[in-house]
Design a protein around this ligand. Structure first.
Ligand code: BMA
Length: 327
């Protein structure tokens, strides 16, 4: 049975969508999506997932991470070469980056496919020219997002382990929270939000963009996946029957391990043509960046259909009200 889901009326898709696509990338590319975005040294910075291969032949040959800069967060200039291209005997690729500025340094968290499982990586850069690895999780884990500051003397991250064996062979995955004294050693891991807490997910959930700080708490955007056998082939794969929506939740400002509210309806549901058609995986919105502007506007960056990068906006008060009104 299909869930009948709609995007929240507080969400505005930007008229320039998609704001970044393969056409703007000056090196081998096919699909440009699932970007991390932040404001750093007076400009907007985006690190995006670049899957290269052939759209015509519907083949992905590899993945690297591209870099783009913008003065307004809408029009992007892509740098001439990929920013990070990690593959060797053990590592297959790094993907789905998120950016968090902590103490004037930009941290990049990403998923790493390896010969021995999926790992969550954290790296740091000061100039987007040099990058230094900070830590890597044991498999299987991904969708790491860092909080932008220490709370109670500890760094914090949300993460999404993938315990297939421990969840009876199903994709029942949840959002966890861990802390660290130094961003290297992580512990005190605790379940934050179970998939059963999100009524519009029937498969799995995961952290999306790094949380943003408001007076009323930490705003957290997450992805939620529902599956329906009624969905038939519209993308590259015959058996793609998942839909990725985005949801919103609020965590306590002083103790983010406490969930203050989860909106019971989705925030963004795939509806626009670039979200539902002509893509690699249609019916996917996958946010990876969220920026709170001085005027209260929140920019939400998301990959659409695993094919292009898009922008939606909402007012921070409307987002907060969604979380607590129904929490
Ligand atoms: C997830 C990840 C994401 C992707 C999503 C939808 O499992 O692989 O990179 O956007 O599926 O295909």
């Amino acid at each position: 049975m299909e869930f009948d889901l709609k995007s929240s009326s507080i969400i505005h898709r930007h008229p320039a969508n998609p704001i970044l696509s393969a056409r703007q990338v000056p090196y081998p590319t096919a699909l440009v999506f699932n970007a991390g975005v932040c404001k750093f040294n007076g400009q907007y910075v985006m690190v995006f997932r670049n899957d290269y291969g052939s759209v015509e032949d519907q083949i992905v040959e590899g993945t690297n991470l591209g870099l783009a800069f913008s003065a307004d967060g809408i029009a992007w200039q892509v740098q001439p070469t990929p920013f990070m291209d990690w593959h060797d005997a053990e590592v297959i690729r790094a993907y789905d980056p998120r950016l968090t500025v902590i103490n004037q340094r930009c941290y990049i968290s990403f998923a790493v496919d390896t010969q021995h499982g999926i790992r969550g990586g954290i790296a740091v850069t000061d100039d987007f020219a040099h990058i230094e690895m900070v830590s890597l999780t044991a498999p299987d884990n991904r969708n790491l997002v860092l909080f932008p500051e220490k709370i109670d003397g500890k760094f914090l991250r949300l993460e999404r382990p993938l315990p297939v064996y421990g969840r009876w062979g199903m994709e029942r995955f949840d959002i966890w929270i861990s802390d660290s004294p130094d961003l290297v050693y992580w512990g005190n891991s605790q379940l934050l939000l179970g998939v059963e807490d999100v009524p519009f997910a029937n498969l799995k959930i995961g952290p999306a963009a790094p949380p943003i700080k408001t007076e009323r708490g930490w705003l957290v955007i997450f992805h939620a996946v529902d599956w329906s056998a009624e969905r038939s082939k519209t993308g590259w794969e015959d058996d793609w029957q998942k839909r990725y929506t985005a949801g919103i939740a609020l965590l306590d400002l002083h103790d983010p391990r406490k969930v203050l509210g989860v909106c019971k309806q989705p925030l963004i549901v795939p509806e626009a043509y670039y979200e539902i058609a002509n893509g690699f995986h249609n019916n996917v919105v996958f946010p990876g960046g969220m920026i709170l502007e001085d005027n209260g506007q929140v920019k939400i960056y998301y990959g659409a259909a695993d094919t292009v990068e898009c922008l939606a906006t909402a007012h921070v008060d409307d987002l907060l009200n969604l979380c607590v009104a129904q929490g």
